[in-house]
Design a protein around this ligand. Structure first.
Ligand SMILES: [Zn+2]
Length: 560
């Protein structure tokens, strides 16, 4: 796959991720590692610093590198920060800048016809692509004013925004999506069949998102080779040749990580590995009310697992967490029986119902194929160290069971600090920090280092969660904190907590296993650490929980 990345940056922002490219040379090295041939890129301080300073800086710094193409930042003309349309066009041609990029939140303006009317007419008339980092409702308002604009909507995710986006995609044929935000499994395939491959362009999201995730996702999307190549490079190449000026072709890129590791090579070539399968410790089951999930149907979910080489997934039922806990746990139990060995469960607990939390230990003992409990304090707005969770935690402590806990940095209900308090009280319960205390990375990693019973689950750690991109927030009753860049978190966890304390998770039927695998595989780790994270640590925990199944003589589910 020759890939042409339309969403990556270099430079030193005010709040950097753990790993990033400070210079264009470092960005090129990173692209070589991850199979990216060329990129439309920007200096991060065109976003967070002053564009008046950094637009020219980026032009000068990128000029010696034909694989890296600059962008111009859109600013309001009324403040003297953007020249008249004809001058802008002349400058774009002079500087060989082929796309304009808008950050209306960071630069605090309304991206609409009132502010930019004549400029937007000029961009539309010349088919100059406008790349926008903003929530999709703002993009919809813009397109209502200027329906002929060529708009590339960047980073639309990581949640599924389909219920907002599809009406817009139906109406505006020049609206194109960049892929780094499309973490939800099945979206790329549905877009291609509904709209055609020409509506997607590849973006890595590096280093806002973990390097390699978006690339491996596209590399193994279930689309034709012609469609894959169009999304990877061809569409962007066509969009950037608006002025009739030829643009050199995208050379096949190297993929240094695959040359250095047989595990990476297997995933890159085959999309799966027999020696290093995935075991997913954080899944869910069936539909979710607040988002359209293409693979929520069980046959599609199992097919996605097969395609990505996910041997076993441990799920909690969406119904049990967001609807009726009794019905939901029954649905989970039935699924475990239908797919013995592929699907295991967490018994979901709702702290607001005595019939849930008080009976959970005995319900658990009667059930089959569960390895512990699932707690969702943020969504139930009930603190992890509250009294209603005590019976469940004590039961997990007595029997060495897993407890998969939704955690988030700064939360009033399930912060890393809450986890620390219960880790001391229940030293034999295996506490799996779902989402690894998202955002409060160092505190979470230190807990996993200091407490033998705390583990870090990587679900959602693969991508920036910028809640300003989600029109109705995350779905939690109380707001969660954003993290704008995550690249390097996995490596930092390994350094602080050891690879033995890190677990693969995807929230499937939410996030793509290939996106998750790419993030782990392209992180700067050795193959031993990749084996630990992708399957070995999960095998240990599943075995240690002494999971009961209906078929006692079968080999232990999930054990390689
Ligand atoms: Zn989850």
């Amino acid at each position: 796959m020759n890939s042409f990345d339309c969403n990556c940056w270099y430079g030193r922002p005010p709040r950097p991720p753990f790993r990033y490219a400070a210079t264009p040379e470092q960005l090129l090295a990173q692209m070589d590692r991850c199979g990216v041939g060329a990129a439309v890129t920007y200096h991060i301080n065109q976003r967070f610093g002053a564009p008046a300073v950094y637009d020219p800086v980026a032009l000068v710094e990128l000029q010696p590198h034909p694989r890296l193409l600059p962008v111009r930042t859109l600013m309001p003309p009324q403040t003297g920060e953007l020249p008249p349309p004809e001058t802008l066009l002349t400058e774009l041609r002079r500087d060989e800048v082929r796309a304009v990029r808008a950050f209306p939140n960071e630069h605090r303006y309304r991206l609409d016809g009132l502010t930019f009317g004549p400029h937007l007419e000029m961009l539309a008339a010349h088919h100059i692509p406008l790349m926008i980092t903003a929530d999709c409702l703002a993009i919809g308002d813009l397109l209502r004013d200027h329906p002929k604009l060529t708009v590339i909507a960047m980073s639309q995710g990581p949640h599924s925004l389909e219920r907002y986006l599809r009406p817009m995609l139906d109406r505006y044929p020049n609206l194109i999506l960049e892929t780094s935000g499309l973490l939800v499994e099945g979206l790329i395939e549905e877009y291609v069949s509904r709209y055609g491959a020409e509506r997607l362009v590849f973006g890595s999201g590096y280093p806002d998102n973990a390097a390699g995730g978006a690339w491996l996702r596209l590399q193994h999307a279930e689309v034709s080779e012609a469609d894959r190549q169009a999304i990877a490079a061809g569409n962007l190449h066509r969009l950037l040749t608006w002025d009739g000026q030829p643009l050199p072709g995208i050379a096949p890129s190297t993929c240094d990580a695959a040359e250095q590791s047989s595990v990476v090579r297997e995933y890159v070539e085959d999309g799966r590995s027999h020696t290093c399968p995935m075991i997913d410790m954080h899944g869910h089951w069936a539909n979710f009310p607040g988002a359209y999930l293409p693979v929520a149907d069980e046959a599609k979910m199992l097919a996605a697992m097969d395609r990505c080489g996910v041997r076993t997934i441990v799920c909690s039922s969406h119904e049990a967490l967001f609807g009726d806990f009794t019905r939901g746990n029954q649905i989970m139990q039935a699924a475990i029986h239908r797919f013995t060995g592929r699907i295991l469960g967490y018994w979901a607990v709702n702290p607001h119902y005595e019939a849930s939390w008080k009976q959970a230990p005995s319900d658990y003992d009667r059930a089959n194929g569960f390895i512990g409990f699932k707690l969702l304090p943020d969504y139930h707005t009930y603190p992890l160290d509250g009294a209603a969770y005590a019976a469940v935690l004590a039961h997990a402590d007595a029997h060495g069971l897993c407890v998969m806990i939704h955690t988030w940095g700064g939360s009033a209900y399930n912060s890393p600090q809450h986890v620390e308090r219960i880790a001391q009280r229940y030293p034999n319960a295996r506490l799996l920090m779902g989402h690894a205390g998202y955002g409060d990375w160092i505190t979470s990693a230190a807990l996993a280092r200091d407490f033998p019973n705390i583990y870090l689950d990587l679900t959602a750690v693969y991508a920036a969660h910028d809640f300003t991109m989600l029109p109705a927030g995350s779905g939690t009753p109380s707001a969660l904190g954003s993290s704008l860049h995550v690249n390097g978190v996995i490596e930092r966890f390994v350094d602080i907590a050891s690879p033995k304390k890190i677990l693969l998770g995807t929230d499937l039927p939410w996030y793509s296993p290939h996106y998750a695998a790419g993030a782990v595989l392209f992180a700067h780790l050795d193959d031993e650490a990749r084996h630990d994270i992708l399957h070995r640590n999960a095998e240990f925990l599943i075995t240690a929980s002494r999971v009961k199944t209906d078929h006692r003589k079968r080999s232990q589910p999930g054990v390689a």
